[in-house]
Design a binder for this molecule. Structure first.
Ligand code: ADP
Length: 544
């Protein structure tokens, strides 16, 4: 029997209109390095309409890809709003990728228009000539003449382009299953792969992000989006802000701990989201330059495992609660969130809070090993597979052929993450399948060892990666960054680590580095560490 309910498609155009009409006091604010510039959501909606009008005049039609090459800022949010609403497809390019990767991705996605921040024009100029499908470049707050574009590409100034366009736009009614945006994985362990989100998937996901089971967003929040808009749509914060009315704080290019903290002092966010390495840097800066953070009710950390020592320091030293979440480009970001059970005391809550968390109702999950589905008993270790309305069912292919089909198992997405699920539903990841260390047939979790080393007071950061070993096939090697002035040696660090791991897991190889190499989105880059080790570029100390 059919229901009697109306069949209104979920669309980002509807969401944008709603934000402009219902959240009139909410704002998006960008940091300029010393001051802020803000617009209200009604102003944003009006400018998005102008942009939609201008892009239509440039010939942008249904499903044409409009890319961005931008920091998180007001104008980026305007593009985020206008492009899906008008029926085109938003594609935020990762500005930190190597030129070859950027060119590959833009050509693969067949980007037609690219909106570029003035501050990034120089970088973009190097890749533009190789982007085969780009016909228009729109420069935001910058010099259009600085871009020496090939004759096939027209260059426009953003403000000139939208000036004079009407502040309303007749957004089309769209099939909710049609493409709204696309994003490529950050390529931590392999080549970037494209995921195409639908209006429905983004809408449902944004609604969930606002709930108390996730980020608890409301119009009383000012949310600092440190996570870039090219990294899984800034974990959906822009659209979640439109649902909830939370104001958005955009750091633009000022992402180092000092400038970020200056922005926080000026704009007093109530919540913030970023990968662990950002928070590690912020914490270290706070040690030297203390600052009141009482305005922050919560920081959301995900993208890689949160070191428990980081979480504790934020809470004990600054009274800021850390919320740990797990997700992937393929899961629209949010796959699990670590809110503890209601019955748990602070002490009882801790193991739940440092886990990767509980799955939302729309993320079905299972653990698989060798084709067998494993029990969720907190013991069995297997690869996590997920499915649901905001999980991708395939990777984008310009020819329509299914790409990366070995990443899918009978309708489930194989995450490449290995972990356990407790009887009460909490996910604890041991590692990425590609990072787990196989030593003499036994598995060692690189993340567990990292957390153990990082709990030493002299350690600022530690990354553990597998290296070949004649006797055991593979053994862990630890790259350590010591805090300024700290003197701990290998013996001290090993003794400390021995308290939290089995003796046979204790690494023999240690290297002290000035900085752990990071990926384009700030994760530990273990691919590079393994290459440096193989090339003999790391000075390795062998423990007895
Ligand atoms: P990439 O796989 O290239 O890094 P993504 O940015 O989509 O691209 O990253 C998704 C992956 O990041 C996950 O599969 C997982 O390995 C890791 N990840 C994300 N959040 C967490 C977390 N909270 N704990 C551990 N790993 C995480």
């Amino acid at each position: 029997m059919l229901s009697t309910m109306q069949d209104e498609p979920l669309s980002l155009g509807r969401l944008l209109r709603y934000a402009g009409e219902a959240h009139t006091a909410s704002t998006v604010t960008t940091w300029t390095g010393g001051t802020t510039r803000s617009r209200s959501y009604p102003e944003l909606a009006a400018r998005a309409a102008q942009l939609a009008g201008a892009l239509t005049k440039l010939g942008v039609g249904a499903f044409d890809r409009v890319a961005t090459f931008m920091w998180n800022n007001n104008e980026h949010l305007e593009v985020y709003s206008a492009v899906p609403a008008m029926g085109a497809v938003l594609h935020a390019l990762n500005i930190r990728l190597f030129p070859e990767q950027l060119v590959f991705i833009a050509n693969h996605a067949e980007d037609r228009v690219v909106v570029v921040d003035g501050s990034l024009v120089e970088t973009f100029a190097k890749v533009l000539p190789k982007m085969r499908t780009v016909r228009h470049v729109v420069v935001v707050n910058g010099d259009v003449h600085a871009l020496d574009a090939p004759p096939s590409v027209a260059v426009h100034a953003y403000e000139d382009l939208i000036a004079g366009e009407p502040t309303t736009f007749d957004y089309p009614v769209l099939d909710e299953r049609s493409a709204a945006a696309m994003c490529y994985t950050s390529g931590t362990t392999g080549d970037p792969k494209g995921v195409v989100y639908s209006h429905r998937s983004l809408y449902l996901h944004a609604m969930h992000v606002t709930t108390p089971s996730a980020m608890s967003l409301s119009a009383r929040d000012r949310c600092l989006a440190v996570v870039p808009m090219f990294h899984v749509n800034a974990w959906s914060l822009p659209y979640a802000a439109f649902v909830s009315g939370a104001s958005l704080l955009m750091p633009d290019q000022f992402l180092q701990p000092g400038p970020l903290l200056a922005f926080m002092a000026a704009a007093r966010p109530t919540c913030a989201a970023a990968v662990p390495t950002v928070w590690t840097g912020v914490l270290a800066r706070l040690e030297q330059h203390p600052q009141d953070l009482s305005h922050l009710r919560e920081v959301v950390v995900g993208g890689s495992a949160v070191p428990p020592v980081l979480m504790k320091a934020f809470e004990d030293q600054h009274g800021v609660r850390v919320l740990h979440g797990w997700g992937m480009t393929e899961t629209s970001s949010l796959g699990a969130v670590a809110h503890p059970p209601a019955w748990a005391s602070e002490d009882e809550a801790w193991p739940y809070r440092v886990s990767q968390g509980l799955f939302p109702p729309l993320v079905e999950h299972r653990l698989v090993d060798d084709g067998n589905v494993l029990p969720q008993d907190g013991e069995a270790l297997g690869e996590l597979e997920v499915r649901g309305p905001w999980i991708t069912g395939s990777y984008y292919s310009p020819t329509g052929e299914l790409e990366g089909s070995d990443a899918f198992d009978d309708g489930w997405l194989r995450t490449g993450d290995v972990g356990r699920i407790s009887p009460d539903g909490y996910l604890t990841l041991a590692d990425r399948a590609k990072d787990v260390i196989k030593s003499g047939g036994e598995w060692i979790s690189s993340v567990d060892l990292e957390n153990g080393v990082m709990s030493h007071p002299d350690v600022a950061e530690a990354a553990v990666f597998g290296v070949p070993d004649e006797k055991w096939d593979e053994r862990p090697c630890v790259a350590v960054v010591l805090r300024g002035g700290a003197t701990a040696d290998v013996e001290a660090l090993r003794d400390h680590l021995a308290g939290s791991c089995a003796k046979w897991q204790l690494p023999e190889r240690w290297t002290f580095v000035a900085e752990v190499p990071k990926t384009s989105v700030g994760k530990f880059d273990k691919k590079t560490l393994r290459q440096q080790y193989a090339a003999g570029d790391l000075e390795v100390v062998l423990a007895d």
